[in-house]
Design a protein around this ligand. Structure first.
Ligand code: PEP
Ligand code: MN
Length: 263
C-alpha cells in the first residue's frame, strides 16, 4: 500500500486546509516539550507570525532517562488546544502508547509516532484505526525498507494518511547527534507516494546546523520540515541545544522561501 507501484500519484494530506505532499513545503514548528502556558503561547505566536503552517509540542515525552522530565501529559494537550484556538495552527504531538491513544487523538490534528516506537507494532496497528494522519519517524537504526514496512502496518489497518519522517540515524559520527540521511528523500520519492518530512533538529542536535540542513531538504524535494523553536533555549527542559530562537526561525523561513521559489 505504501509503494509507488500501487499508487503512482503523490499522496497529499490535507489538515484544516494545510497540505502536506505534492510539492509545497509545509513547515511544522514549536518547542520540543510543552512546558507552560506562557512558554507555549509565546512560541506559537512567534512561529505563526514567521509563517509556520502547524505547531508541534510534546506532551508525552520519550526520554532516555526515566528521571528526566516526562511531559505535561493531558494538561499539555489542553495547552496545545488553546494555542490552536489562538493561532489557528493545527497541532502535531507525539503518542507514545496505546493507553493514552484516545486522549491524544482527541486533541491532536496529526499524531506523531516517535523514532523509538517505529517498530511498536501494536501501536502502529492502533494508529491504523485512527482517523488522524500519522507522522511516522524513522527509527534510530532503521532502514528505509523497515520504515516503509512500518507505514504498511498503519495502512493495512485502513489509515492511508501517513507522513514519513527522516530525523537522522545512528552512525559512527559523534559531532552531530545523529546523521541526517538526506538521500532518504529521493529514495522515498522513488519507492513511495507518501509525503516525506525532514526533521533537522533531532538529526543535528545543534541549532547552528538547522538552517543549512533545512535548505538542503527543501532543495532535494522534501514535502515538509519540522523545526524545534524555543524563545529561551538555554532554559528549555528538553532539546535546548538544537532549538532555534524565534528570530533565527524567521530568518530560516525567508531563506527556504528563496530555495522553494528557485525550484
Ligand atoms: C520529538 O520529535 O520530539 C522526538 C522525541 O523525536 P524522535 O522520536 O525523532 O527522537
Ligand atoms: Mn525534541
Amino acid at each position: 500500500l505504501a509503494g509507488r507501484a500501487f499508487h503512482p500519484e503523490d499522496t497529499i494530506i490535507d489538515v484544516d486546509g494545510v497540505k502536506i505532499g505534492g510539492g509545497n513545503t509545509c513547515v511544522i514548528a514549536g518547542p520540543c516539550s510543552v512546558e507552560s502556558e506562557e512558554q507555549l503561547m509565546t512560541i506559537a505566536k512567534a512561529v505563526k507570525s514567521s509563517g509556520a503552517h502547524m505547531l508541534r509540542g510534546g506532551a508525552y515525552k520519550p526520554r532516555t532517562s526515566p528521571y528526566s522530565f516526562q511531559g505535561m501529559e493531558e494538561e499539555g494537550l489542553k495547552l496545545l488546544k488553546k494555542a490552536k484556538e489562538v493561532t489557528g495552527l493545527p497541532i502535531v504531538t507525539e503518542i507514545m502508547d496505546e493507553v493514552n491513544f484516545d486522549v491524544v487523538e482527541e486533541y491532536a490534528d496529526i499524531l506523531q509516532i516517535g523514532a523509538r516506537n517505529m517498530q511498536n507494532f501494536s501501536l502502529l496497528k492502533r494508529a491504523g484505526k485512527s482517523n488522524r494522519p500519522i507522522l511516522l519517524k524513522r527509527g534510530l537504526c532503521a532502514t528505509i525498507e523497515e520504515l516503509l514496512m512500518s507505514a504498511e502496518y498503519i495502512m493495512s489497518k485502513g489509515n492511508n494518511n501517513v507522513i514519513l519522517c527522516e530525523r537522522g540515524i545512528r552512525t559512527f559520527e559523534t559531532y552531530t547527534r545523529n546523521t541526517l540521511d538526506i538521500s532518504a528523500v529521493p529514495a522515498i520519492k522513488e519507492l513511495s507516494h507518501l509525503p516525506i518530512l525532514i526533521d533537522p533538529s533531532h538529526a543535528a542536535g545543534r541549532w547552528s546546523m538547522i538552517e543549512p540542513l533545512s535548505k538542503a531538504a527543501v532543495a532535494c524535494g522534501a514535502d515538509a520540515l519540522m523545526i524545534e523553536v524555543h524563545h529561551q533555549p538555554e532554559l528549555a527542559v528538553s532539546d535546548g541545544a538544537q532549538s532555534l530562537k524565534p528570530e533565527k526561525f524567521e530568518h530560516l523561513m525567508r531563506e527556504i522561501e528563496k530555495i522553494a521559489n528557485a525550484l
